[in-house]
Design a protein around this ligand. Structure first.
Ligand SMILES: Nc1ncnc2c1ncn2[C@@H]1O[C@H](COP(=O)(O)OP(=O)(O)OP(=O)(O)O)[C@@H](O)[C@H]1O
Length: 610
């Protein structure tokens, strides 16, 4: 009954330190007022506990949560919980959704689990022991995430009809993967040094079958950013954590205010710059002075159009068009040119092109091929002469991701919501994976939010594709520096993995709402990966997120997962970063698991955000 449920919850709150205040109190009604608690419709029992990332520290006692016999959803992920899971929790018969990832639970995986389980997420903990064969009885299970633990032994033969998402990677599993699981991608199994069979290597190719022969087998894999909370627990006492979390949040609020003010100042500055640019081509039919000035009279029809381009203007029309400066980037100046009521294009006037005409033309053939993807903005035409190099693109009226994230709100745009940010992230990831699929040497080299353009439907298009190898970069383009991988000192020698790093910074930019450049009297580069890692270490994860996003409920779980993807992309060593195909898959999995498993309205709640 509800009284005993309330008492069980108070036992839990009395034992586990919680840095964010819970308003649980025997004198107020459990079902209508307790933070993170949802009850069934007739208010006779607790059906959901949802307390992700609120700084819970300690071990869950027996006879607390395990006594809630109507519980369907238990979400305690991204906290500092440790010790073994009390045996009464996995034996709650009604449990359907169990989210305990990103804690530091240890001990054996429970031998049996509730028969109704739909989602089981124990990833990023320190669970050990074998995968219990009884998982086979969970016929409703759609998601099984056990990655990044210390699980050993062979994988049992699982034939689960509903299972869509499986991740057993980064453990100590051994033996061969059962045939019933070979339909999952290799990323579901990687980094288990003694595991073999499809989709991993053929077992006959394994040189050693003795698990103890490999010292790596005994160690948690070094390749992954292991749970940050776990490290923190080892370093800090509960008292310090409480103090840091409480005091730190106040400092952080102040810091966020300062950053917001700086961003506003910066936005005004950018806006002013654009207006100055516009003065040279103000839409009165006048050209900006320098636009196309290097084109010789005799060459005015030599605009080369790419296949499939439906524009029917020529170079002379383009040079006569009214135009305004959109901005000056590392590759030159970019103009918006209006040819007639229906035709507006963007012209990039390239400077510092370091290749000759022939090489430029050959390169454009590759760029044309790469451009055939929904998430890549292809050039439509180009002009090349000794004095002048121009590239023509479709004009994207919805603007850049940078403008949507950091632009002033007085242009009447609402801030990007979480779903839009995930959609945009997936689009960029797919575009980048496509660029990389062209060849090992084909990387973008300048991924940043001004180079992500948006359609009205918020489909992301990567621009400036294929330009890096043609140009000599100025030594310090400050906005680009914030996205540059530590090893990518020469921007012309970028790789797939340095693009992955830049993509990780983009993800952090979307999660935090912070730009990589602040204006503090002068331009100041922000090392977003460093900042995020330091906050995640010292505060709790929720503190890094964009306050705009925290206004919405039910998305914290996904935000933490995207944060993990971003942090994997910005690891220092290039070889430890995932490739873009893996990143696409991770974001897609997140969406699938969201649509299939987001708890119903009945189990939703209102947790006050800081
Ligand atoms: N096709 C386009 N449609 C709409 N806006 C565009 C288009 N191409 C570029 N822009 C915008 O024009 C501005 C200037 O772009 P430009 O590419 O010259 O500079 P950048 O992106 O800041 O730096 P970089 O040259 O390093 O890419 C940016 O704000 C960019 O988002």
């Amino acid at each position: 009954d509800l009284n005993s449920d309330g008492q069980a919850l108070l036992n839990f709150a009395g034992t586990v330190v919680h840095t964010r205040k819970l308003n649980w109190n025997a004198s107020i009604p459990v079902c209508t007022s307790w933070v993170g608690i949802t009850c069934n419709l007739n208010k006779t029992g607790v059906t959901a506990i949802h307390l992700p990332g609120i700084g819970l520290f300690g071990s869950i006692p027996s006879n607390s949560i395990g006594k809630l016999r109507a519980l369907r959803v238990l979400s305690l992920h991204s906290n500092f919980l440790y010790g073994s899971l009390p045996s009464d929790i996995p034996s709650i018969p009604s449990l359907e959704y169990l989210y305990l990832h990103h804690n530091n639970f240890s001990g054996m995986l429970p031998a049996s689990l509730p028969a109704n389980l739909i989602v089981l997420d124990f990833s990023f903990n320190s669970f050990s022991g074998n995968i219990p064969p009884k998982i086979q009885n969970l016929t409703r299970l759609t998601t099984l995430r056990l990655q990044n633990n210390l699980i050993s032994g062979a994988i049992p033969n699982l034939n689960l009809p509903a299972l869509k998402l499986l991740n057993l990677s980064f453990n100590n599993l051994n033996g061969s993967i059962p045939y019933s699981l070979d339909k999952y991608s290799n990323s579901s199994f990687v980094e288990n040094p003694q595991l073999c069979g499809a989709p991993l290597n053929d077992c006959s190719k394994n040189t050693s079958t003795d698990p103890s022969a490999s010292p790596a087998f005994l160690l948690p894999s070094p390749n992954i950013p292991k749970n940050h909370h776990a490290t923190l627990i080892k370093k800090l006492s509960p008292g310090i954590i409480v103090a840091v979390a409480t005091g730190g949040s106040a400092v952080l609020v102040l810091l966020v205010l300062v950053v917001v003010i700086c961003c506003l100042k910066r936005t005004n500055k950018v806006g002013g710059g654009m207006l100055k640019g516009k003065a040279s081509g103000d839409g009165n039919g006048e050209m900006p002075k320098d636009f196309g000035s290097g084109v010789q009279e005799a060459e005015k029809n030599k605009l080369f159009f790419f296949e499939g381009c439906h524009y029917n203007f020529d170079l002379e029309d383009l040079l006569r068009a009214s135009a305004e400066v959109l901005g000056k980037g590392s590759f030159g100046t970019t103009y918006r040119a209006v040819l007639d009521e229906e035709t507006t294009v963007v012209v990039k006037r390239l400077r510092e092109v370091v290749v000759g005409k022939r090489e430029f033309e050959q390169h454009m053939e590759v760029v044309e091929r790469v451009g055939k993807h929904l998430n890549v903005l292809p050039p439509r035409a180009y002009y090349f002469s000794t004095e002048e190099k121009l590239l023509v693109y479709n004009y994207m009226p919805a603007g850049s991701l940078f403008a949507r994230l950091h632009g002033s709100s007085d242009v009447g745009r609402s801030p990007l919501d979480w779903d839009s940010r995930v959609k945009i992230s997936l689009g960029i990831a797919k575009g980048l994976a496509h660029i990389h699929s062209v060849g090992a040497k084909c990387s973008h080299g300048n991924i940043k939010s001004t180079n992500i353009l948006l359609t009205q439907e918020l489909e992301a298009c990567i621009s400036d594709v294929g330009l890096s190898p043609l140009m000599s970069f100025p030594p310090a383009m400050s906005r680009a520096i914030g996205y540059r991988a530590p090893e990518a000192v020469d921007m012309r020698k970028t790789t797939h993995k340095s693009d992955v790093y830049s993509f990780g910074v983009l993800l952090l930019e979307m999660l935090t709402g912070k730009a990589t450049l602040e204006y503090l009297g002068h331009d100041c580069v922000v090392d977003l990966p460093r900042w995020v890692k330091s906050v995640v270490r010292e505060e709790w994860t929720a503190e890094v997120f964009d306050l705009e996003l925290l206004k919405h409920h039910h998305i914290e779980e996904e935000m933490v997962q995207v944060l993990q993807i971003a942090l994997a992309c910005v690891t220092k060593l290039p070889e430890t970063r995932p490739n873009m195909d893996e990143v696409v898959r991770m974001i897609e999995e997140l969406r699938q698991s969201d649509t299939k498993t987001r708890p119903s309205a009945e189990s939703e709640f209102d947790v006050q955000t800081p």
